[in-house]
Design a protein around this ligand. Structure first.
Ligand SMILES: Cc1cc2nc3c(=O)[nH]c(=O)nc-3n(C[C@H](O)[C@H](O)[C@H](O)COP(=O)(O)OP(=O)(O)OC[C@H]3O[C@@H](n4cnc5c(N)ncnc54)[C@H](O)[C@@H]3O)c2cc1C
Length: 376
């Protein structure tokens, strides 16, 4: 058994919102006898709250991204840029794409989620998922560049997924594109008969009307069956020729999580208890989209990843100190602020909704304050 004076090796896998907060907290409250490592497949971590407005051109790349190597350095953690491709829970190692396996005593996982492209034929090859964000942004910048170069050429952009992410992207993309061209047709496909089915009635109706006013063509109750290099085809037979397709459907987890032997929920997300600790492997912690808190199902939203930062920090430190862990309970109702790309925002709180430029100013203040904690 490890003596208390021996050094504890904690590896943070993924530089998501929760880990950014944990590292920031660790910088302020460091512990002796711990070695910290951050493993991330990107040096620049995007902040989801500001990403749609970056797409609209309201924030720069730097304003919306956290510099992870710098953040790690401030917390006296090593930084490795590589992609985890597996977990060996027997040997307590992370298997990496390029590096040798990375050993740990405790691992904390905050790798987010990606829209599921594997469920529809051709989506993996021909659609651009909204995550990983670096890949999404590369395609978005390329498309913007093409529009800027030849603004009079008619083009069609499709977004598949009518949840909060898809709707917010549609509004923000529309605002950005209209600055350069009136020749880009935007189409939004939603499998269900309504947009944002988990939000209140007012929000659903309001966003429906707003998208139509902005010229976005809505295809409600249309499930995309196949994506081809230049076309999407729906189960109904509807087909649309496209120049680019963005994929913003249900969140999914990488399959190596389940293959590692970690207990997961039915969608492959890591099942954690009220301490954000794996229910099957106590030396594994998880937070953000990749975690599913047993008995408290919640939507995959950045607001939870942010809220879980401090409880995760507390419990990782308590693990090192050999103290009992403290429970965390995710809030049942949460405020969604949806930016509409024109310096205005919509608030959604349970059944209530409100749309105003004042909400944008408030959201802008909250987001800037959040990002001001981190190096860019
Ligand atoms: C288009 C869109 C708009 C959204 N807008 C909002 C919004 O306005 N408000 C809101 O609350 N939520 C929003 N969301 C949801 C939000 O993005 C997520 O809930 C949030 O980012 C989850 O944070 P996280 O910490 O779990 O992971 P993430 O922020 O996704 O971070 C995970 C990190 O881990 C890294 N990583 C992933 N896999 C590996 C690996 N194998 N090895 C190493 N590193 C890895 C990634 O590069 C990434 O940096 C939006 C989602 C989408 C798709």
């Amino acid at each position: 058994m490890r003596s208390r004076s021996e050094s504890q090796n904690i590896v943070f896998l993924g530089g998501g919102h929760s880990h950014a907060i944990v590292l920031r907290q660790w910088q302020m409250h460091s512990l002796a006898n711990t070695r910290l490592t951050l493993l991330s497949d990107t040096k620049k971590a995007p902040y989801s709250g500001m990403l749609p407005a970056h797409v609209a051109g309201l924030y720069s790349y730097e304003q919306t991204h956290i510099d992870l190597p710098h953040l790690a350095q401030l917390a006296q953690a090593k930084f490795y840029e590589d992609k985890a491709i597996g977990l060996d829970l027997e040997r307590k190692q992370i298997l990496c794409l390029n590096r040798p396996p990375l050993p740990f005593d405790t691992v904390s996982i905050d790798i987010g989620s990606t829209p599921a492209t594997f469920t529809v034929s051709g989506a993996k090859d021909y659609a651009v998922p909204a995550k990983p964000v670096p890949v999404f942004l590369r395609h978005w910048y390329e498309f913007l560049q093409q529009v800027e170069t030849t603004p009079n050429q008619p083009r069609t952009l499709a977004i598949v997924g009518g949840g909060a992410g898809g709707v917010e992207l549609a509004l923000n993309m529309q605002q950005r594109l209209q600055q350069n061209s009136d020749q880009v047709a935007i189409h939004l496909f939603q499998r269900e008969p309504e947009l944002l089915p988990r939000h209140g009635k007012w929000i659903r109706r309001h966003l429906h009307n707003l998208l139509r006013q902005r010229g976005v063509t809505l295809h409600l109750g249309e499930a995309v069956r196949e994506v081809l290099p230049d076309k999407v085809i729906c189960e109904s037979g509807l087909s649309l020729e496209t120049d680019i397709v963005f994929w913003v459907t249900q969140a999914s987890a990488p399959d190596w999580i389940e293959k590692s032997g970690l207990a997961t929920d039915e969608r492959g997300f890591i099942l954690v208890n009220q301490y954000l600790q794996s229910v099957s492997h106590p030396f594994v912690f998880a937070a953000g989209d990749i975690a599913a808190i047993q008995g408290h199902p919640r939507p995959k939203a950045g607001v939870f990843a942010v809220r879980q930062g401090k409880p995760l920090f507390r419990n990782l430190q308590r693990t090192v100190l050999g103290k009992p862990l403290k429970p965390y309970r995710p809030q049942r109702f949460y405020l969604s602020l949806i930016g509409t790309g024109d310096q205005s925002a919509i608030a959604s709180w349970g059944p209530l909704g409100f749309h105003s430029p004042l909400l944008w100013r408030w959201k802008d203040h909250i987001d800037r304050k959040f990002m001001a904690q981190f190096p860019h």
